[in-house]
Design a protein around this ligand. Structure first.
Ligand code: CTP
Length: 413
């Protein structure tokens, strides 16, 4: 099942000021429209030196606005008309000069005029700086960026890396997909603002010898989606990941581990520092009793080597049994092949956690969609089947709902 278009019903003004990064803005408009948004492009004269309005019109499906003297507007007030039905203005790229204009409240061409004239309560401003590293580091630019932030704008990036001028450093505009993700996150309700969330994800790998090991089919997608959804909801998120090939969600702090023991060693000291613990990792239940230093060779007898296994520690159960003042609110997952609810309820009791999320492991491993059933003391609740990120956002809302009812019940509240 494809993901819900995360920017459905959003209308965005994408403003381009002059910079080589204008080439990324073409892709940005595509990403935003793919995510369901409608996009009105506005370009400064300098931007038209880097990319043509024809390209941007073709990609956005709308005539690009270029001048405040546009007589095709019945009231001749493009700067008012364009921002009144916009859900946000995104200036990408925002050049050093354009940021200076914003900081000073200047309005001598359409884009800066539009930013100044926007209704700031209903039409937030986001800027994605793009410039040479010396220009970015210059105290004047830093002063202007601080001012623009203080005036309520959200600054996206910049990133560090190779620059068009051949230098390397801070000042690159974020990539189109990163900017689109930032915008999607921007519009998500900040249900977990100020909260801290710890997530485990992926499989573990239990080494037999230097070249072999025991692992499983978990892709880590569900856990990474939960980490992303929690970060989008405003939480500070730490993600402890087994061996997976997935990019780290923006704004999430990631720690990579291999084995169950390593995962436990990382999780335990962090548990007391987080309010919520979501254990999605498919932790290997057993590991070889010992790891041989060298690769195990066939001995010619035709008999496989004896492989003694020992049980791994249960990370979730260990965290759930921490003293109350060090124990986060714990959510476990139950990956089952059958009788999901029954097994999930047994795990709820066995592990001593307030919520277990059941799913059919073999049906979901590696896929982008899933079916989840929430099992807690009050009963069962099935979430509508869907994309893992959509489900992760629903789960975050459910976690927040349960946690706020806890806060309401506390005597201090
Ligand atoms: N879990 C864990 N540490 C383990 C095993 C499981 O933290 N050593 C966590 C998982 O991250 C998940 C929950 O416990 O949140 C249930 O995991 P699952 O593999 O479904 O169950 P098991 O406890 O391993 O039980 P069984 O293999 O018998 O189904």
């Amino acid at each position: 099942m494809p993901a819900q278009p995360a920017l459905k019903d959003k209308h965005l003004v994408v403003g381009l000021s002059g910079g080589v990064a204008c080439y990324k803005s073409a892709e940005l408009v595509r990403e935003l429209t793919r995510a369901g948004a409608t996009v009105q492009v506005v370009m400064t004269e300098a931007a038209t030196q880097f990319i043509t309005p024809v390209t941007m019109q073709a990609l956005s499906g709308r005539t690009v606005a270029l001048s405040q003297w546009d007589s095709s507007q019945p009231n001749n007030m493009a700067h008012i008309n364009l921002s009144r039905d916009a859900d946000a203005i995104v200036v990408a790229p925002a050049s050093a000069d354009f940021i200076a204009k914003l900081a000073q409240g200047r309005a001598d061409e359409l884009l800066s005029l539009l930013c100044l004239a926007r209704p700031s309560l209903t039409c937030p401003l986001l800027v994605a700086p793009a410039m040479n590293r010396e220009m970015w580091a210059h105290p004047a630019t830093q002063r202007n960026v601080a001012q623009v932030r203080a005036d309520g704008a959200t600054v996206l990036g910049p990133a560090a890396g190779d620059q068009a001028c051949g230098e390397v450093g801070d000042g690159r505009m974020l990539e189109a997909t990163e900017l689109c993700d930032e915008l999607i996150a921007f519009f998500q309700p900040k249900r977990l603002a100020g909260r801290t969330v710890l997530v485990t994800a992926g499989p573990t790998f239990e080494a037999i010898d230097p070249v072999r090991g025991i692992t499983n089919h978990s892709s880590g997608k569900m856990g990474f989606a939960i980490a992303r959804a929690a970060a989008e909801a405003g939480a500070k998120v730490t993600l402890v990941a087994g061996p997976v090939h997935l990019p780290t969600p923006r704004g999430v702090q990631r720690i990579d581990v291999q084995s169950a023991q390593q995962m436990l060693d990382v999780v335990l000291p962090l548990a007391g520092l987080h309010e919520v613990f979501v254990a999605t990792a498919a932790v290997a239940d057993w590991r070889p009793a010992s790891i041989t230093e060298h690769k195990i060779k066939k001995d010619g007898s035709g008999r496989p080597p004896a492989l003694a296994l020992v049980e791994n520690p249960d990370i979730l159960a260990t965290v759930a049994r921490l003293p109350e003042d060090q124990r986060p609110w714990c959510v476990g997952f139950a990956a089952e092949s059958h009788d999901v609810v029954q097994h999930a309820r047994a795990k709820l009791l066995r592990k001593g956690v307030p919520l277990i999320v059941g799913n059919i492991g073999p049906a979901t491993f590696g896929r982008d969609d899933n079916t989840l059933v929430l099992v807690d003391a009050a009963g069962e609740q099935e979430l509508p089947p869907g994309d893992k990120l959509d489900l992760a956002r629903l789960l975050v809302a459910e976690i927040e709902r349960r946690m706020s009812s806890l806060t309401l019940r506390s005597p201090e509240a």
